[in-house]
Design a protein around this ligand. Structure first.
Ligand SMILES: *Cc1c(COP(=O)(O)O)cnc(C)c1O
Length: 457
Protein backbone atom coordinates (compact mmCIF):
# COMPACT_ATOMS: atom_id res chain seq x y z
CA UNK A 1 0.00 0.00 0.00
CA UNK A 2 1.36 3.39 -0.88
CA UNK A 3 1.26 6.15 1.63
CA UNK A 4 1.50 9.61 0.25
CA UNK A 5 4.37 11.46 1.88
CA UNK A 6 5.22 15.03 1.06
CA UNK A 7 8.00 13.85 -1.26
CA UNK A 8 5.72 11.66 -3.36
CA UNK A 9 2.52 13.69 -3.15
CA UNK A 10 2.87 15.13 -6.65
CA UNK A 11 3.68 11.81 -8.31
CA UNK A 12 1.36 9.24 -6.83
CA UNK A 13 -2.07 8.30 -8.06
CA UNK A 14 -4.17 9.83 -5.35
CA UNK A 15 -7.62 11.34 -5.32
CA UNK A 16 -6.02 14.78 -5.61
CA UNK A 17 -3.97 13.81 -8.64
CA UNK A 18 -6.87 12.09 -10.37
CA UNK A 19 -8.70 15.35 -10.07
CA UNK A 20 -5.73 17.27 -11.49
CA UNK A 21 -5.48 14.96 -14.49
CA UNK A 22 -9.23 15.09 -15.10
CA UNK A 23 -9.29 18.88 -14.88
CA UNK A 24 -6.46 19.30 -17.37
CA UNK A 25 -7.68 16.68 -19.82
CA UNK A 26 -11.23 17.92 -19.79
CA UNK A 27 -10.00 21.46 -20.50
CA UNK A 28 -7.81 20.09 -23.31
CA UNK A 29 -10.72 18.15 -24.75
CA UNK A 30 -12.97 21.19 -24.62
CA UNK A 31 -10.34 23.41 -26.24
CA UNK A 32 -9.65 20.89 -29.00
CA UNK A 33 -13.33 20.63 -29.83
CA UNK A 34 -14.30 24.26 -29.35
CA UNK A 35 -15.89 25.96 -32.34
CA UNK A 36 -15.89 29.42 -30.84
CA UNK A 37 -12.42 30.07 -29.40
CA UNK A 38 -11.95 33.81 -29.85
CA UNK A 39 -8.92 35.26 -31.61
CA UNK A 40 -7.83 36.85 -28.32
CA UNK A 41 -5.05 39.37 -27.87
CA UNK A 42 -2.08 40.20 -25.68
CA UNK A 43 -2.33 42.12 -22.41
CA UNK A 44 0.23 44.38 -20.81
CA UNK A 45 2.33 43.02 -18.00
CA UNK A 46 0.65 45.50 -15.67
CA UNK A 47 -2.79 44.18 -16.62
CA UNK A 48 -1.66 40.60 -16.04
CA UNK A 49 -0.12 41.64 -12.72
CA UNK A 50 -3.48 43.07 -11.69
CA UNK A 51 -5.48 40.06 -12.86
CA UNK A 52 -3.17 37.21 -11.95
CA UNK A 53 -0.29 38.46 -9.83
CA UNK A 54 2.11 36.13 -8.08
CA UNK A 55 1.14 32.51 -8.53
CA UNK A 56 4.17 30.76 -7.09
CA UNK A 57 4.16 30.14 -3.37
CA UNK A 58 5.47 27.54 -0.93
CA UNK A 59 2.01 26.03 -0.41
CA UNK A 60 0.79 26.14 -4.01
CA UNK A 61 -2.56 27.44 -5.24
CA UNK A 62 -4.08 24.07 -5.97
CA UNK A 63 -4.75 22.89 -9.51
CA UNK A 64 -8.22 24.33 -9.70
CA UNK A 65 -7.07 27.84 -8.95
CA UNK A 66 -3.96 27.59 -11.15
CA UNK A 67 -6.02 26.30 -14.07
CA UNK A 68 -8.57 29.06 -13.51
CA UNK A 69 -5.79 31.65 -13.90
CA UNK A 70 -4.82 29.97 -17.14
CA UNK A 71 -8.26 29.55 -18.65
CA UNK A 72 -9.67 32.90 -17.52
CA UNK A 73 -6.69 35.21 -17.99
CA UNK A 74 -3.49 33.73 -19.36
CA UNK A 75 -4.89 31.77 -22.32
CA UNK A 76 -7.05 34.73 -23.49
CA UNK A 77 -3.88 36.83 -23.44
CA UNK A 78 -2.42 34.57 -26.14
CA UNK A 79 -3.47 35.04 -29.75
CA UNK A 80 -5.16 31.93 -31.12
CA UNK A 81 -2.62 30.91 -33.75
CA UNK A 82 -4.94 28.36 -35.33
CA UNK A 83 -7.71 30.90 -35.84
CA UNK A 84 -8.56 31.06 -39.56
CA UNK A 85 -8.25 34.86 -39.39
CA UNK A 86 -4.70 34.69 -38.05
CA UNK A 87 -2.84 35.74 -41.20
CA UNK A 88 0.35 37.31 -39.79
CA UNK A 89 3.88 35.90 -39.88
CA UNK A 90 3.34 32.23 -40.71
CA UNK A 91 0.37 30.84 -38.74
CA UNK A 92 0.03 27.37 -37.24
CA UNK A 93 -2.98 25.22 -38.05
CA UNK A 94 -2.65 21.77 -36.47
CA UNK A 95 -5.05 19.05 -37.53
CA UNK A 96 -7.30 17.73 -34.80
CA UNK A 97 -5.41 14.42 -34.81
CA UNK A 98 -2.02 16.11 -34.55
CA UNK A 99 -3.05 18.49 -31.78
CA UNK A 100 -4.73 15.72 -29.80
CA UNK A 101 -1.77 13.40 -30.19
CA UNK A 102 0.54 16.04 -28.77
CA UNK A 103 -1.23 15.37 -25.48
CA UNK A 104 -0.28 11.69 -25.81
CA UNK A 105 3.38 12.51 -26.39
CA UNK A 106 3.40 14.34 -23.06
CA UNK A 107 1.20 11.85 -21.23
CA UNK A 108 3.55 9.02 -22.13
CA UNK A 109 6.73 10.86 -21.17
CA UNK A 110 8.28 9.66 -24.40
CA UNK A 111 11.96 10.27 -24.98
CA UNK A 112 13.06 10.69 -28.58
CA UNK A 113 16.81 11.12 -28.33
CA UNK A 114 17.97 7.55 -28.78
CA UNK A 115 16.84 4.31 -30.33
CA UNK A 116 17.56 2.53 -27.04
CA UNK A 117 15.07 4.63 -25.13
CA UNK A 118 12.50 5.49 -27.78
CA UNK A 119 12.72 2.92 -30.59
CA UNK A 120 8.99 2.89 -31.28
CA UNK A 121 8.69 6.66 -31.38
CA UNK A 122 11.84 7.05 -33.46
CA UNK A 123 10.63 4.38 -35.88
CA UNK A 124 7.40 6.30 -36.47
CA UNK A 125 9.18 9.66 -36.77
CA UNK A 126 11.60 8.15 -39.28
CA UNK A 127 8.73 6.93 -41.41
CA UNK A 128 7.53 10.51 -41.70
CA UNK A 129 11.03 11.74 -42.55
CA UNK A 130 11.38 9.02 -45.22
CA UNK A 131 8.00 9.90 -46.65
CA UNK A 132 8.95 13.58 -46.82
CA UNK A 133 12.33 12.71 -48.34
CA UNK A 134 10.62 10.66 -51.05
CA UNK A 135 8.21 13.54 -51.76
CA UNK A 136 11.19 15.84 -52.14
CA UNK A 137 12.90 13.38 -54.50
CA UNK A 138 15.80 12.75 -52.11
CA UNK A 139 17.59 9.37 -52.18
CA UNK A 140 16.10 6.45 -50.25
CA UNK A 141 19.04 6.65 -47.82
CA UNK A 142 18.06 10.18 -46.76
CA UNK A 143 17.19 10.75 -43.13
CA UNK A 144 17.44 13.16 -40.26
CA UNK A 145 15.55 14.38 -37.25
CA UNK A 146 12.76 16.62 -36.07
CA UNK A 147 14.27 19.61 -34.29
CA UNK A 148 12.64 22.50 -32.49
CA UNK A 149 12.34 24.90 -35.41
CA UNK A 150 13.69 26.06 -38.73
CA UNK A 151 16.32 28.23 -37.07
CA UNK A 152 17.88 25.23 -35.35
CA UNK A 153 17.38 23.14 -38.49
CA UNK A 154 19.25 25.64 -40.65
CA UNK A 155 22.03 25.95 -38.08
CA UNK A 156 22.43 22.19 -37.76
CA UNK A 157 22.48 21.69 -41.54
CA UNK A 158 25.07 24.43 -42.02
CA UNK A 159 27.26 23.02 -39.24
CA UNK A 160 27.17 19.66 -41.03
CA UNK A 161 28.00 21.38 -44.32
CA UNK A 162 31.05 23.10 -42.86
CA UNK A 163 32.19 19.91 -41.17
CA UNK A 164 31.93 18.14 -44.49
CA UNK A 165 34.06 20.82 -46.19
CA UNK A 166 36.62 20.68 -43.38
CA UNK A 167 36.84 16.91 -43.44
CA UNK A 168 37.53 17.11 -47.17
CA UNK A 169 40.74 18.87 -46.17
CA UNK A 170 39.76 22.39 -47.09
CA UNK A 171 41.25 25.08 -44.92
CA UNK A 172 40.32 28.69 -45.42
CA UNK A 173 40.74 31.88 -43.43
CA UNK A 174 36.99 32.62 -43.21
CA UNK A 175 34.21 30.23 -44.16
CA UNK A 176 31.33 31.70 -46.16
CA UNK A 177 27.76 30.72 -46.89
CA UNK A 178 26.04 32.00 -50.03
CA UNK A 179 22.32 32.79 -50.01
CA UNK A 180 19.80 35.20 -51.48
CA UNK A 181 19.44 38.62 -49.97
CA UNK A 182 15.84 37.51 -49.43
CA UNK A 183 16.92 34.51 -47.32
CA UNK A 184 15.43 34.16 -43.85
CA UNK A 185 17.05 35.93 -40.89
CA UNK A 186 17.90 32.54 -39.38
CA UNK A 187 20.68 32.08 -41.96
CA UNK A 188 22.42 35.21 -40.69
CA UNK A 189 21.75 34.03 -37.15
CA UNK A 190 23.36 30.64 -37.88
CA UNK A 191 26.33 32.40 -39.44
CA UNK A 192 26.81 34.52 -36.31
CA UNK A 193 26.69 31.45 -34.10
CA UNK A 194 29.16 29.64 -36.36
CA UNK A 195 31.34 32.73 -36.81
CA UNK A 196 31.19 32.49 -40.60
CA UNK A 197 30.34 35.17 -43.16
CA UNK A 198 27.18 35.48 -45.21
CA UNK A 199 27.47 36.37 -48.88
CA UNK A 200 24.05 37.81 -49.72
CA UNK A 201 23.39 37.58 -53.45
CA UNK A 202 20.85 39.85 -55.13
CA UNK A 203 18.05 37.80 -56.65
CA UNK A 204 16.59 38.62 -60.05
CA UNK A 205 13.92 41.33 -60.35
CA UNK A 206 11.21 38.70 -59.69
CA UNK A 207 12.84 37.92 -56.33
CA UNK A 208 14.08 34.50 -57.47
CA UNK A 209 17.72 33.53 -56.92
CA UNK A 210 19.10 31.64 -59.94
CA UNK A 211 22.19 29.65 -60.79
CA UNK A 212 23.92 32.44 -62.71
CA UNK A 213 24.01 34.75 -59.71
CA UNK A 214 25.23 31.91 -57.50
CA UNK A 215 27.96 31.05 -60.02
CA UNK A 216 29.18 34.64 -60.01
CA UNK A 217 29.31 34.65 -56.19
CA UNK A 218 31.25 31.39 -56.17
CA UNK A 219 33.68 32.77 -58.77
CA UNK A 220 34.29 35.70 -56.48
CA UNK A 221 34.54 33.87 -53.16
CA UNK A 222 35.93 30.54 -54.37
CA UNK A 223 37.13 27.93 -51.92
CA UNK A 224 35.90 29.78 -48.87
CA UNK A 225 32.25 28.95 -49.61
CA UNK A 226 31.16 25.81 -47.74
CA UNK A 227 27.43 25.95 -48.57
CA UNK A 228 24.82 27.57 -50.76
CA UNK A 229 21.34 28.07 -49.31
CA UNK A 230 18.35 28.09 -51.64
CA UNK A 231 15.08 29.32 -50.13
CA UNK A 232 11.96 27.54 -51.33
CA UNK A 233 9.34 29.95 -50.16
CA UNK A 234 10.72 33.19 -48.74
CA UNK A 235 8.91 34.16 -45.58
CA UNK A 236 8.03 37.66 -46.73
CA UNK A 237 6.70 36.90 -50.23
CA UNK A 238 6.72 33.12 -50.59
CA UNK A 239 9.20 33.30 -53.45
CA UNK A 240 10.80 30.01 -54.51
CA UNK A 241 14.44 30.15 -55.62
CA UNK A 242 15.32 28.30 -58.81
CA UNK A 243 16.83 25.24 -57.16
CA UNK A 244 17.32 23.45 -60.49
CA UNK A 245 19.82 25.99 -61.85
CA UNK A 246 21.41 26.56 -58.43
CA UNK A 247 21.94 22.84 -57.97
CA UNK A 248 23.68 22.58 -61.33
CA UNK A 249 26.25 25.05 -60.04
CA UNK A 250 26.69 23.47 -56.61
CA UNK A 251 27.06 20.01 -58.10
CA UNK A 252 29.62 21.17 -60.64
CA UNK A 253 31.68 22.74 -57.84
CA UNK A 254 31.12 20.10 -55.18
CA UNK A 255 29.53 22.56 -52.76
CA UNK A 256 26.88 21.62 -50.21
CA UNK A 257 23.38 22.72 -51.20
CA UNK A 258 21.00 23.42 -48.34
CA UNK A 259 17.33 24.05 -49.09
CA UNK A 260 15.51 26.21 -46.56
CA UNK A 261 11.91 25.21 -47.12
CA UNK A 262 10.70 25.96 -43.60
CA UNK A 263 7.50 27.50 -44.84
CA UNK A 264 7.22 26.70 -48.52
CA UNK A 265 8.57 23.22 -49.18
CA UNK A 266 5.21 21.82 -48.06
CA UNK A 267 3.74 23.14 -51.31
CA UNK A 268 5.75 20.45 -53.10
CA UNK A 269 3.00 18.07 -51.94
CA UNK A 270 0.52 19.90 -54.17
CA UNK A 271 0.70 18.41 -57.68
CA UNK A 272 -0.04 21.84 -59.18
CA UNK A 273 3.10 23.36 -57.61
CA UNK A 274 5.57 20.50 -57.61
CA UNK A 275 7.35 21.79 -60.70
CA UNK A 276 8.44 24.96 -58.85
CA UNK A 277 10.71 22.82 -56.71
CA UNK A 278 12.66 21.02 -59.44
CA UNK A 279 16.22 20.48 -58.25
CA UNK A 280 15.37 19.92 -54.58
CA UNK A 281 16.27 16.27 -55.20
CA UNK A 282 19.91 17.38 -55.45
CA UNK A 283 19.99 19.03 -52.01
CA UNK A 284 22.48 17.80 -49.44
CA UNK A 285 20.11 18.95 -46.70
CA UNK A 286 16.61 20.37 -46.51
CA UNK A 287 14.33 21.67 -43.80
CA UNK A 288 10.57 22.04 -43.64
CA UNK A 289 8.57 23.12 -40.58
CA UNK A 290 5.55 20.91 -39.87
CA UNK A 291 4.42 23.63 -37.43
CA UNK A 292 3.94 25.89 -40.42
CA UNK A 293 2.26 24.27 -43.40
CA UNK A 294 2.13 20.59 -42.46
CA UNK A 295 -0.51 21.15 -39.83
CA UNK A 296 1.44 20.01 -36.78
CA UNK A 297 1.51 21.83 -33.44
CA UNK A 298 4.53 23.87 -32.31
CA UNK A 299 7.33 23.15 -32.41
CA UNK A 300 8.71 20.94 -35.14
CA UNK A 301 11.15 21.26 -38.02
CA UNK A 302 12.04 18.26 -40.16
CA UNK A 303 15.77 18.34 -40.95
CA UNK A 304 16.73 15.84 -43.63
CA UNK A 305 20.20 15.03 -44.98
CA UNK A 306 20.62 13.20 -48.26
CA UNK A 307 23.57 11.45 -46.58
CA UNK A 308 22.68 11.30 -42.88
CA UNK A 309 26.20 10.10 -41.99
CA UNK A 310 27.40 13.64 -42.64
CA UNK A 311 24.92 14.94 -40.11
CA UNK A 312 25.89 12.29 -37.61
CA UNK A 313 29.63 12.98 -37.95
CA UNK A 314 29.08 16.68 -37.35
CA UNK A 315 26.74 16.40 -34.39
CA UNK A 316 27.19 13.24 -32.30
CA UNK A 317 28.11 14.16 -28.74
CA UNK A 318 30.71 11.97 -27.07
CA UNK A 319 30.85 11.41 -23.33
CA UNK A 320 31.53 8.43 -21.13
CA UNK A 321 27.91 8.20 -20.02
CA UNK A 322 26.75 8.26 -23.64
CA UNK A 323 29.16 5.60 -24.95
CA UNK A 324 26.53 2.92 -24.50
CA UNK A 325 24.44 4.81 -27.07
CA UNK A 326 27.04 6.18 -29.46
CA UNK A 327 29.11 3.00 -29.81
CA UNK A 328 26.17 1.26 -31.46
CA UNK A 329 25.03 1.74 -35.04
CA UNK A 330 21.45 2.38 -33.86
CA UNK A 331 19.67 5.41 -35.25
CA UNK A 332 19.62 7.99 -32.49
CA UNK A 333 17.95 11.28 -33.42
CA UNK A 334 20.15 13.20 -30.98
CA UNK A 335 23.09 12.55 -33.30
CA UNK A 336 21.79 14.58 -36.22
CA UNK A 337 21.52 18.14 -34.89
CA UNK A 338 22.83 20.53 -32.25
CA UNK A 339 20.82 19.07 -29.38
CA UNK A 340 20.71 16.05 -27.07
CA UNK A 341 17.56 15.57 -24.98
CA UNK A 342 14.51 15.76 -27.19
CA UNK A 343 10.82 14.93 -27.17
CA UNK A 344 9.70 12.96 -30.24
CA UNK A 345 8.05 16.06 -31.62
CA UNK A 346 7.48 14.41 -34.98
CA UNK A 347 4.87 12.06 -33.51
CA UNK A 348 1.85 14.38 -33.78
CA UNK A 349 2.53 14.68 -37.51
CA UNK A 350 3.07 10.93 -37.79
CA UNK A 351 -0.24 10.17 -36.08
CA UNK A 352 -2.12 12.66 -38.20
CA UNK A 353 -0.56 11.53 -41.50
CA UNK A 354 -1.11 7.88 -40.61
CA UNK A 355 -4.72 8.63 -39.65
CA UNK A 356 -5.91 10.84 -42.47
CA UNK A 357 -3.52 9.82 -45.24
CA UNK A 358 -1.27 11.93 -47.45
CA UNK A 359 -4.02 12.83 -49.93
CA UNK A 360 -5.80 14.88 -47.25
CA UNK A 361 -2.60 16.88 -46.80
CA UNK A 362 -2.30 17.49 -50.52
CA UNK A 363 -5.81 18.79 -50.72
CA UNK A 364 -5.50 21.01 -47.62
CA UNK A 365 -2.30 22.59 -48.98
CA UNK A 366 -3.82 22.99 -52.45
CA UNK A 367 -6.81 24.81 -50.95
CA UNK A 368 -4.58 27.56 -49.54
CA UNK A 369 -2.64 27.84 -52.80
CA UNK A 370 -5.91 28.36 -54.67
CA UNK A 371 -7.26 30.79 -52.09
CA UNK A 372 -4.08 32.90 -52.43
CA UNK A 373 -4.66 33.21 -56.18
CA UNK A 374 -8.30 34.05 -55.67
CA UNK A 375 -7.66 36.84 -53.16
CA UNK A 376 -4.80 38.16 -55.34
CA UNK A 377 -7.33 38.50 -58.20
CA UNK A 378 -9.65 40.33 -55.86
CA UNK A 379 -6.90 42.72 -54.73
CA UNK A 380 -6.09 43.48 -58.37
CA UNK A 381 -9.75 44.32 -58.96
CA UNK A 382 -9.99 46.80 -56.09
CA UNK A 383 -8.99 50.34 -57.08
CA UNK A 384 -7.57 51.31 -53.66
CA UNK A 385 -5.21 48.34 -53.45
CA UNK A 386 -2.02 47.36 -55.27
CA UNK A 387 -0.83 43.76 -55.39
CA UNK A 388 2.98 43.79 -55.06
CA UNK A 389 3.46 40.50 -56.94
CA UNK A 390 1.45 37.51 -58.00
CA UNK A 391 1.80 34.95 -55.21
CA UNK A 392 3.90 31.91 -56.11
CA UNK A 393 2.73 30.12 -52.97
CA UNK A 394 0.26 31.30 -50.32
CA UNK A 395 1.70 34.63 -49.17
CA UNK A 396 -0.13 37.63 -50.62
CA UNK A 397 1.43 41.08 -50.22
CA UNK A 398 -0.33 44.29 -51.14
CA UNK A 399 -0.45 48.01 -50.46
CA UNK A 400 -3.33 50.29 -49.55
CA UNK A 401 -2.82 53.31 -51.76
CA UNK A 402 -2.09 56.47 -49.82
CA UNK A 403 -1.55 54.83 -46.43
CA UNK A 404 1.35 55.68 -44.14
CA UNK A 405 2.96 53.24 -41.74
CA UNK A 406 0.76 54.68 -38.97
CA UNK A 407 -2.38 54.03 -41.02
CA UNK A 408 -1.40 50.37 -41.37
CA UNK A 409 -0.57 50.13 -37.66
CA UNK A 410 -3.91 51.69 -36.65
CA UNK A 411 -5.87 49.47 -39.01
CA UNK A 412 -4.07 46.34 -37.83
CA UNK A 413 -4.66 47.22 -34.16
CA UNK A 414 -8.33 47.90 -34.88
CA UNK A 415 -8.78 44.52 -36.58
CA UNK A 416 -7.34 42.77 -33.55
CA UNK A 417 -9.25 44.94 -31.09
CA UNK A 418 -12.48 44.10 -32.86
CA UNK A 419 -11.38 40.46 -32.87
CA UNK A 420 -11.86 40.28 -36.62
CA UNK A 421 -8.41 39.26 -37.77
CA UNK A 422 -4.72 39.28 -36.96
CA UNK A 423 -2.90 40.94 -39.84
CA UNK A 424 0.30 42.76 -38.95
CA UNK A 425 1.87 45.27 -41.34
CA UNK A 426 4.98 44.13 -43.17
CA UNK A 427 7.44 46.03 -45.33
CA UNK A 428 9.40 45.92 -48.53
CA UNK A 429 12.08 48.29 -49.78
CA UNK A 430 11.22 50.84 -47.11
CA UNK A 431 7.47 50.83 -47.83
CA UNK A 432 4.86 49.45 -45.48
CA UNK A 433 2.40 46.88 -46.79
CA UNK A 434 -0.20 44.38 -45.72
CA UNK A 435 0.42 40.68 -45.98
CA UNK A 436 -1.74 37.57 -45.77
CA UNK A 437 0.05 34.32 -44.98
CA UNK A 438 -2.57 31.71 -45.77
CA UNK A 439 -2.02 28.18 -44.54
CA UNK A 440 -5.18 27.43 -42.59
CA UNK A 441 -7.62 25.41 -44.71
CA UNK A 442 -10.45 26.99 -42.68
CA UNK A 443 -9.61 30.48 -43.91
CA UNK A 444 -12.36 31.59 -46.28
CA UNK A 445 -12.48 33.98 -49.21
CA UNK A 446 -15.34 35.80 -47.49
CA UNK A 447 -13.20 36.50 -44.43
CA UNK A 448 -10.36 37.78 -46.61
CA UNK A 449 -12.73 39.98 -48.62
CA UNK A 450 -14.05 41.39 -45.35
CA UNK A 451 -10.52 42.38 -44.38
CA UNK A 452 -10.05 44.12 -47.74
CA UNK A 453 -13.37 45.93 -47.17
CA UNK A 454 -12.03 47.23 -43.86
CA UNK A 455 -9.27 49.04 -45.76
CA UNK A 456 -11.66 50.86 -48.07
CA UNK A 457 -12.05 54.01 -46.01
C1 LIG B 1 10.00 30.42 -40.45
C2 LIG B 1 11.21 30.29 -41.26
C3 LIG B 1 12.44 29.94 -40.70
C4 LIG B 1 12.63 29.82 -39.21
O1 LIG B 1 11.88 28.77 -38.69
P1 LIG B 1 11.50 28.75 -37.14
O2 LIG B 1 10.76 27.48 -37.01
O3 LIG B 1 10.65 29.96 -36.90
O4 LIG B 1 12.77 28.79 -36.36
C5 LIG B 1 13.51 29.76 -41.54
N1 LIG B 1 13.39 29.92 -42.86
C6 LIG B 1 12.23 30.25 -43.45
C7 LIG B 1 12.16 30.40 -44.92
C8 LIG B 1 11.09 30.45 -42.66
O5 LIG B 1 9.93 30.79 -43.24
Amino acid sequence: MSTSTSATRMHEITGENRKVVDLVLSYSRERLLAEDTPLDKPQTEAALDALVGQTISEEGLGAEQALAHFTETLAPACITTDDPSYLSFIPCAPTKAAAAFDVVVSASGLYGGSWLEGAGAVYAENQVLSWLAAEFGLPATAGGVFVQGGTLGNLSALVAARESARSAGRTVARWKVVCSEEAHSSIASAARVMDVDVVGVAPDADGVLRGDAVRAALDEHGESVFAVVATTGSTNFGIVDDVASISEVTRARGIWLHVDGAYGLSAMLAPSHRHLFAGVEHADSVIVDPHKWLFAPFDACALIYSDPEKGRRAHTQHAAYLDTLTEKADWSPSDFAAHLTRRPRGLPLWFSLASYGAAAYRSAISASLELAQEIADEIERRPYLTLLRRPQLSVVVFERDGWSKDDYEDWSARLLDEQRAFVTPSGHEGRTNARFAIINPRTTIEALRGILDSMAD
